[in-house]
Ligand binder design. Structure first.
Ligand code: ZN
Length: 453
């Protein structure tokens, strides 16, 4: 992305003329002036973006166009992000633009984190007014956790989903960071993820310890320890290794919880000490407990071992075999303590399996922002026929039951949450295609992370 120069004027004018319906008429002198004042960002042969920084620190988008042949390839997003970046560096605090109500571009702005603030009459049709608040660059980074996609699936299924995501035309990369449990997945999962990492399509792969397999009675803890010992040693290409913990259940009484924490700490330390250095350096240690004393003991042990990243996942469980994670008030309070102590020790904080966008919103309402978080809910909910939008209850779209499961109801939800994506364009697809539900849920997750509350 570069600033247009005078030699680009001819091409930009031609592109603008070809899109008079969307852009209105733009005269050559206006464009020439904007080029001279560095107010046109340009992607050669692909598109341009014309903006103006006002004196009140608001930057207004005047004209924006991507060549039809290059649409759905992330060019538009790159142009808007370049405008945002340039604006932020110039001290701009608010981006503003207007878009005719009937254009599909409205969904695009929503996906980029703009909020719809008004609808006003235009010359020919109504215009939606979109705004995005900008924070200084550093504060912005601190406030956004990194999403880690976590799933349990075979290699060929992953391949299908990765490809489906590509076909949706969203240039974000939800699979750049992944977490999976080798004990719960076939060998093809490891092969596929390793291949994708080698090819540079995935940045980090974390290996989960699969403690829930023990929790659900599918394995004994000793079997798990044996498996992980071998697997971690043989797979030193990964970027994160979750240490094997023993997960307390909501139904466990205090004595059992205490026993499980003691066992966890004992075995984690022993396991850690047996591991080669490259695994130790990338260990992710699970913090367990119901009391401040218990989580503090975990953190002290991990600090002593020199572990740099801890994970918290005691959100309280319910549902069959503890399969549904819920955020209780107590677990939020405990998580706050964990964050405070971990920051003191300069440890990175990960949230294990926090559920859907609503769970994350509950965290950040209390200013609890982890460095990273993972969720499997987007996948699981999609598999069960459900979809979600930020700050709305999950809807089981496969069963026609309420207004929300009708086309009109769904469109209303999309409007209310400023959501649009390729995967929920057709309600029929959502009803019949599991993978479309999964991908839509993933978009809803990414949107939530990018937007302000
Ligand atoms: Zn969608």
């Amino acid at each position: 992305m570069i600033f247009a120069s005078s030699k680009d004027l001819f091409w930009i004018k031609a592109l603008a003329d070809a899109h008079r319906r969307e852009l209105g008429f733009i005269n050559r002198a206006t464009l020439a002036t904007a080029i001279n004042t560095n107010e046109i960002l340009y992607s050669p042969d692909r598109g341009f973006l014309h903006f103006h920084h006002r004196r009140d620190n608001i930057s207004t988008l005047y004209h924006f166009c991507v060549t039809p042949a290059y649409r759905r390839q992330g060019i538009g997003r790159q142009l808007i992000e370049a405008w945002e970046e340039h604006s932020r560096k110039s001290g701009v605090t608010l981006l503003r633009l207007k878009c005719p109500v009937d254009l599909s571009a409205n969904g695009f702005y929503s996906r980029l984190g703009f909020s719809r603030v008004d609808i006003e009459p235009g010359k020919h049709r109504h215009l939606v007014v979109w705004e995005k608040k900008l924070r200084p660059a550093t504060a912005n980074q601190l406030l956004r956790p990194q999403f880690v996609a976590s799933f349990s699936a075979g290699g060929s299924e992953l391949k299908r989903l990765f490809q489906l995501w590509e076909s949706g035309g969203d240039s974000r990369q939800p699979f750049a960071h992944v977490l999976y449990s080798p004990i719960a997945c076939p060998a093809s999962t490891t092969e596929y993820l390793r291949f994708q990492k080698d090819a540079g399509h995935i940045k980090t792969v974390w290996l989960d310890c699969g403690a829930y397999q023990v929790q659900q009675g599918k394995r004994t803890y000793d079997e798990l320890l044996l498996f992980l010992d071998k697997f971690y040693r043989n797979n030193q290409w990964a970027d994160g290794y979750v240490l094997p913990d023993i997960v307390p259940l909501t139904t466990d009484n205090e004595e059992i919880v205490e026993y499980k924490i003691r066992e966890t700490l004992y075995h984690c330390e022993r396991f850690f000490n047996q591991m080669p250095l490259s695994v130790q350096e990338r260990a992710i240690a699970p913090v367990q407990g119901r009391t401040i004393n218990q989580v503090n003991r975990c953190l002290e042990t991990y600090r002593r071992l020199g572990i740099r990243r801890i994970g918290f996942g005691s959100w309280g469980t319910s549902g069959p075999n503890g399969s549904v994670n819920m955020l209780s008030q107590e677990s939020l309070a405990l998580f706050k303590t964990v964050c405070d102590i971990a920051r003191e020790h300069e440890m990175l904080v990960h949230c294990f399996g926090i559920g859907g966008p609503n769970s994350y919103n509950r965290l950040r309402r209390q200013n609890l922002i982890p460095d990273t978080l993972d969720s499997t809910t987007w996948w699981k909910a999609g598999g069960f026929g459900s979809i979600f939008f930020p700050n709305k209850a999950q809807i089981q779209i496969t069963v026609r039951r309420s207004f929300e499961t009708t086309k009109a109801g769904l469109e209303k939800l999309k409007r209310e949450t400023y959501h649009s994506c390729y995967f929920c364009e057709s309600i029929e697809q959502l009803r019949t295609n599991r993978n479309h539900r999964i991908m839509h849920n993933l978009v809803a997750w990414l949107d939530t992370l990018e937007r302000d509350l």
